[in-house]
Design a protein around this ligand. Structure first.
Ligand SMILES: C[S@@+](CC[C@H](N)C(=O)[O-])C[C@H]1O[C@@H](n2cnc3c(N)ncnc32)[C@H](O)[C@@H]1O
Length: 339
């Protein structure tokens, strides 16, 4: 099968379906490993890629990054992580695929590319037809989907392992029984839980309306929360139950004193109070300083969203990763992944 791209012709064998024009690396294909391509959200590709790596690390299985540029990241893995946990990936493709004698469809997605999608779809479909000796095409409800991503002139062809429906919109703060505008978008909330490498439980000591805990609970994790406001505590419980989450412990309390409510936890994931909310402090001291001391006492892992940069090293944390999340023109949030 031959694919024509902007820089010449690349020969594709049935063993190697990854097509990268001017391939910067040669990927040895190990028998028990497969190459998975993650088509990442364009909203924040760095965060999306970090979410995938964090998911691999959560499983403590061998994996290796083979390629990452903009919205395409390719990893070599020998296991399937729980892909449904991801929130910032559009699609996962297996680049080492074969097709069965079933209906199929080919779709092309262009990213920073001006290739003719229809022509390319037809070309790939024709080549696959030849290779497999005729396969029925079903454009509406195919039994197997082949997807080609063309990004900056490089073509990647794989079989869809998972595509993600846009269910996050339905869980936006305004659709919950208890609403407050300070809650994060559920897609970001879920990414934070993944960045925290949470295996069995999550604690949010500034839980507000429970945005982070809802996502953690829907991922099957035990959820624990604290908020200084009684109204927020009631609201969080109401919201969790609305989504069928019953395995929770939520208390009204001060995040400067988490140890009084919870002993060791798997990970802390939280979005700090800012502006008016940050003044709700029960002691007169620096809320952030006290909360971070308290977090340090009960966990080794944390993912914290700050309204401004913060020197976590001074409080005995190691900053594994840091991301800047643009909320709007003049408002940023800083995401810290700590260990
Ligand atoms: C940015 S909001 C959290 C939003 C939350 N992620 C959500 O989904 O709604 C910060 C929360 O911190 C709470 N808060 C402020 N001071 C606190 C303290 N000392 N201890 C615990 N919670 C506190 C506020 O009541 C507020 O609900």
């Amino acid at each position: 099968m031959k694919m024509h791209g902007s820089r010449g012709v690349v020969q594709i064998t049935s063993e190697i379906r990854l097509i990268i024009k001017d391939n910067p690396f040669i990927i040895p294909h190990l028998c028990c490993f497969m190459r998975l391509l993650f088509y990442l959200s364009g909203e924040h590709p760095l965060l999306a890629e970090a979410e995938v790596r964090a998911l691999f690390e959560t499983y403590e299985q061998p994996w290796k990054t083979l390629f990452f540029d903009h919205q395409v990241a390719i990893y070599e893995v020998d296991f399937f992580p729980e892909l449904s946990r991801l929130s910032m990936t559009h699609q996962v493709l297996n680049l080492d695929f074969s097709l069965e004698k079933k209906t199929f469809r080919v779709r092309v997605k262009r990213i920073l590319s001006d290739v003719n999608s229809l022509q390319l779809e037809k070309k790939i479909a024709d080549d696959l037809q030849k290779e497999y000796g005729g396969l029925p095409v079903d454009l509406e409800t195919p039994e197997q989907k082949v997807y080609c991503i063309v990004q900056k002139g490089k073509e990647f062809v794989g079989r869809t392992v998972m595509d993600f429906p846009y269910m996050y919109e339905e869980r936006k703060p305004q659709y919950r029984p208890y609403f407050h505008p300070s809650s994060l978008h559920p897609r970001i909330a879920r990414a934070l839980v993944n960045l925290g490498r949470c295996k069995k439980e999550v604690l949010d000591p500034f839980c507000g309306t429970g945005g982070i805990l809802i996502e953690a609970g829907l991922m099957g994790l035990t959820v624990k929360g604290l908020d200084i406001s009684e109204e927020m505590v009631t609201g969080t419980k109401q919201n969790l139950e609305h989504f069928g989450i019953t395995d929770y412990q939520i208390f009204q309390g001060d995040a400067g004193n988490i140890e009084s409510y919870f002993s060791e936890v798997d990970a802390v994931v939280t979005d700090l109070p800012y502006g008016r909310a940050s003044r709700i402090v029960s002691s007169g001291n620096d809320l952030y300083f006290e909360a971070f001391q308290s977090i340090r006492e009960i966990t080794k892992r944390a993912c914290i969203v700050c309204p401004h940069p913060y020197n976590f090293e001074s409080q005995d944390f190691t900053v594994k990763e840091r991301f800047v999340l643009r909320v709007h023109k003049s408002l940023n949030r800083y995401i810290y992944v700590l260990s």
